[in-house]
Design a protein around this ligand. Structure first.
Ligand SMILES: *[C@@H]1O[C@H](CO)[C@@H](O)[C@H](O)[C@H]1NC(C)=O
Ligand SMILES: *[C@@H]1O[C@H](CO)[C@@H](O)[C@H](O)[C@H]1NC(C)=O
Ligand SMILES: *[C@@H]1O[C@H](CO)[C@@H](O)[C@H](O)[C@H]1NC(C)=O
Ligand SMILES: *[C@@H]1O[C@H](CO)[C@@H](O)[C@H](O)[C@H]1NC(C)=O
Ligand SMILES: *[C@@H]1O[C@H](CO)[C@@H](O)[C@H](O)[C@H]1NC(C)=O
Ligand SMILES: *[C@@H]1O[C@H](CO)[C@@H](O)[C@H](O)[C@H]1NC(C)=O
Length: 781
């Protein structure tokens, strides 16, 4: 017996360890982080995971992406030396720190001869005995992630990580509350509040049931999540996907991620909260949250306040002035337009004048601001200024109470820009690999320079290694999907080589010529060479990185960019089947594909419009900009480019502000009305009609605005005419369908599609549905 244990022990210590089980008496040690348990299918690994300088957690992660799904000792990392996870002879599994004290134990006990710790293909780490009785399993103790089939129950909760790089417990929790409702809680340093489902809704309004006491929630592997409080959702890529995980992210949002094998990255297939700034506690007290596409949410202190903790926004801001000396006649009110704070009202009055409102605030010693609406006279006095957010369309104004001395400070309002970039995260060296490579660089530097003095060789070697290091750190980050895609900067020379000197032209668009290219890692790319740039590199980069980080299955993926001298290039994924325009004219699509393309396009646009919040208008939806991948799944291309190139143009009054392509443009452009996301809805409507009828709107080039308008109208009017026509001999839908489909289609679905398209073409933008509504309508069975 002892010899067997010794054998096992020596095996774990001296041979590269990779097995899915280990037995009594064996251990994993922190000095050898490459010795891991792996699930039989190699998808999951369990072992010591480096979380900082000489700090390790025992964790389970996805082998390919290093994405952690479970951690034993998240709040108490162990030393890199002499720490181990051991399965004792009495059946207890323990984690010891630096050979000294026990950090964690399962407190299991078994007399049976064989007790095994196994990592299952599901990602569950299970301790069981010969009788296959489960003594302990990691699925019963989730950290921030639920894997398919893992139950969330009344005894368990998910707790977010502190930040993207710090895996210790954060402030957000997902759990069943006392009313049996699955809820998200912000459990912050000073206050706590539930923010999902929306606290101002009663449970039935939020479509949650409080009656089922079983308190069970589970995600299945197809992407169906269901909870005993009647909350359910289907992922937007419902079906067989290689891996999924439901994670309560450090920013307080729950997201369902799917693993995309081709790109080796996680993509979001569902999220609970579309408005990141509405998540409580994001920026702490006395601060404002603003969502910026690409860089995420930004926190900033209110005027007159400063950050409490210089790196961590959770602690919010504190006043720079002394509150105790702020008496009645020494206060002023500073307007913060389109800013709202949620909760903490100490007084509510209606039909008040503005002066009444501010006066009532002055009467209250703990009133720090009022929210006032001139239309209704609604007046809210606020004590704590929490959950503040800036949203251009809220129309709510807040007046901040400040000491009079601040009035003289004329710069105050100007100073008050939302640009704080820190997110409370400190980058840690996550991997030992990286450090080792730095070591190699250093060593080679000494060696080459010291011995030979061959400077050129030295520089070359170091350069190569630096490139290599950078590449490997890119790879390290791959697992973080949204936050860090493989977006990168290319050199002009690299792209020139990839495109064979810009020879294989695959398209010409409004913004420049597109070439096919093969990157050095043999990925095929579409490389867009933008027209003459009149934009600085920084400015260009700022915009491009925003576009580059939008990540959705129905948006074309941007892999990188190049900005050198006058050259501005964008590198995109290559779409096998080209554009919708080409496919429509070549008649390659059946009705199902057309319907799916309409649906996918709507999904991509809905994401642009709503899930990203910041109204990334496309402004140029047309069949040429909808590309099809190898499965004819549509991906919207060229979004954000109008922003990229027209920046200079917009500021120049000599240019028309019109954008987009004739034939697809909404009336707002023509009549100089405010441009909203509804311009994209309009263009989408035209595209759908074209797709269904096979007719093209643009029959010639029109130079007048009136011409633009009549041309789009013609197709819509024709379809409407057929739909409302008197001759009822044949169905109207048969009359308008593309004859190339030869009558093979689902009438019902096509009718829904056309009716939806006509709604999108309403002249009054408010009558048009949002892209999200379009998507929902089309996807409902
Ligand atoms: C992670 O966050 C916790 C809690 O704020 C903090 O105590 C700890 O030092 C952080 N760890 C690192 C490595 O920054
Ligand atoms: C999702 O799961 C729930 C509960 O198990 C079930 O009622 C529902 O029909 C499922 N939906 C789909 C589309 O499979
Ligand atoms: C409560 O929810 C569980 C799990 O979703 C379900 O199996 C059970 O039937 C529900 N009970 C009632 C009374 O609806
Ligand atoms: C993991 O990576 C390897 C090599 O990079 C690849 O062959 C394999 O398909 C990947 N597995 C998954 C599940 O993506
Ligand atoms: C206004 O403030 C001054 C001192 O700052 C104080 O002497 C005076 O009594 C105050 N007046 C009222 C009406 O509170
Ligand atoms: C609001 O107040 C004004 C005068 O102060 C009064 O004439 C009006 O009727 C009030 N409106 C409501 C809805 O109470």
């Amino acid at each position: 017996m002892t010899t067997i244990i010794l054998l096992l022990l020596s095996f774990t210590l001296f041979a590269p360890f990779s097995s899915s089980t280990f037995s009594k008496g064996s251990s994993l040690v922190s000095e050898k982080p490459t010795y891991v348990l792996t699930s039989p299918d190699n998808v999951f690994s369990a072992g010591f995971y480096s979380v900082g300088e000489n700090a390790f957690c025992f964790a389970i992660w996805f082998s390919n992406s290093s994405t952690i799904v479970w951690v034993v000792n998240r709040d108490q990392p162990v030393n890199g030396k002499r720490s181990k996870l051991s399965l004792l002879k009495n059946g207890n599994l323990i984690l010891t720190d630096a050979g000294k004290f026990t950090v964690w134990a399962t407190n299991t006990f078994s007399l049976s001869l064989v007790v095994q710790l196994s990592l299952y293909n599901t990602g569950n780490l299970v301790l069981q005995n010969t009788e296959s009785v489960i003594l302990w399993q990691s699925f019963d103790f989730p950290t921030n992630t639920l894997l398919p089939q893992q139950l969330l129950s009344r005894n368990t909760k998910l707790v977010s990580s502190r930040s993207q790089t710090n895996h210790s417990s954060g402030f957000y929790e997902l759990f069943f509350d006392n009313n049996n409702v699955l809820s998200l809680l912000f459990n912050g340093p000073e206050v706590s509040s539930i923010y999902w489902p929306e606290p101002w809704l009663v449970s039935w309004e939020a479509r949650r049931s409080t009656y089922n006491n079983s308190r069970i929630a589970v995600l299945n592997s197809l992407g169906n999540f269901s909870s005993s409080d009647d909350f359910t959702f289907l992922s937007n890529d419902y079906g067989a996907v290689l891996h999924r995980r439901l994670t309560l992210d450090y920013d307080g949002n729950i997201r369902l991620y799917s693993w995309e094998k081709e790109r080796q990255t996680w993509v979001v297939s569902w999220q609970a909260n579309q408005k990141p700034c509405r998540i409580n506690g994001v920026c702490g007290a006395n601060s404002l949250c603003k969502y910026v596409v690409g860089s995420g949410r930004k926190c900033s202190c209110l005027p007159g306040y400063k950050m409490k903790d210089s790196v961590d926004w959770s602690y919010g801001c504190e006043p720079k002035f002394d509150l105790s000396h702020r008496n009645k006649n020494e206060s002023v009110f500073l307007l913060l337009s389109n800013v709202e704070f949620y909760g903490y009202d100490v007084g509510y009055y209606s039909n008040y004048s503005f002066d009444d409102c501010t006066n009532s605030c002055l009467q209250l010693h703990n009133c720090n601001a009022v929210q006032y609406a001139f239309e209704t006279g609604d007046c809210f006095c606020k004590s704590l200024l929490l959950n503040g957010y800036h949203s251009p369309d809220s129309g709510k104004n807040t007046y901040l109470r400040l000491p009079k001395s601040f009035e003289s400070n004329k710069n105050l309002v100007k100073e008050f820009s939302l640009d704080c970039s820190r997110d409370g995260t400190i980058q840690l060296d996550r991997t030992y690999v990286k450090n080792r490579e730095k070591g190699i660089v250093k060593f080679l530097l000494w060696f080459a320079c010291g011995v030979g003095g061959l400077e050129l060789t030295c520089i070359f070697v170091v350069w190569c290694l630096l490139i290599k290091t950078r590449k490997s750190s890119d790879a390290d980050n791959q697992g973080y999907g949204l936050a860090a895609t493989r977006f990168r900067k290319f050199t002009y020379a690299e792209l020139k080589k990839a495109t064979n000197g810009f020879t294989e032209e695959i398209g010409i668009g409004a913004w420049g010529v597109v070439y096919r290219g093969v990157l050095s890692d043999s990925r095929v790319a579409a490389i867009k060479r933008l027209n003459e740039a009149n934009q600085g590199e920084d400015e260009f980069l700022a915009e491009v990185s925003i576009i580059g980080r939008l990540n959705h299955m129905n948006l074309i993926d941007m892999w990188g960019y190049c900005a050198e001298g006058k050259h501005r290039l964008l590198v995109y994924e290559y779409m096998m089947h080209g554009s919708l325009a080409e496919n429509l004219s070549s008649n390659a699509l059946d009705w199902k594909q057309r319907f799916e393309i309409a649906l996918g396009t709507a999904k991509g646009l809905a994401y642009l419009h709503e899930e990203c919040l910041e109204w990334v208008l496309h402004c140029d939806i047309k069949p040429q900009n909808i590309l099809l991948d190898s499965n004819y799944e549509p991906k919207v291309a060229d979004f954000g480019l109008s922003k990229l190139q027209n920046r200079g143009v917009l500021n120049n009054p000599n240019f028309s502000r019109m954008r987009g392509t004739r034939g697809y443009m909404a009336l707002e452009w023509v009549f100089n009305l405010p441009i909203t996301s509804k311009v994209d809805v309009y263009s989408y409507g035209i595209v759908v009609l074209e797709m269904v009828t096979g007719k093209n709107t643009i029959m010639g080039v029109h130079t007048t605005n009136v011409g633009v308008e009549t041309k789009n109208k013609r197709l819509a009017t024709w379809v409407k005419g057929k739909k409302n026509g008197e001759i009822a001999t044949t169905s109207w839908i048969d009359d308008i369908m593309d004859p190339k489909m030869e009558g093979i289609y689902d009438k019902g679905r096509m009718e829904i599609l056309v009716e939806m398209a006509l709604q999108c073409l309403e002249e009054d933008k408010d009558e048009r549905p949002t892209m999200k509504q379009v998507f929902e309508k089309l996807s409902s069975p």
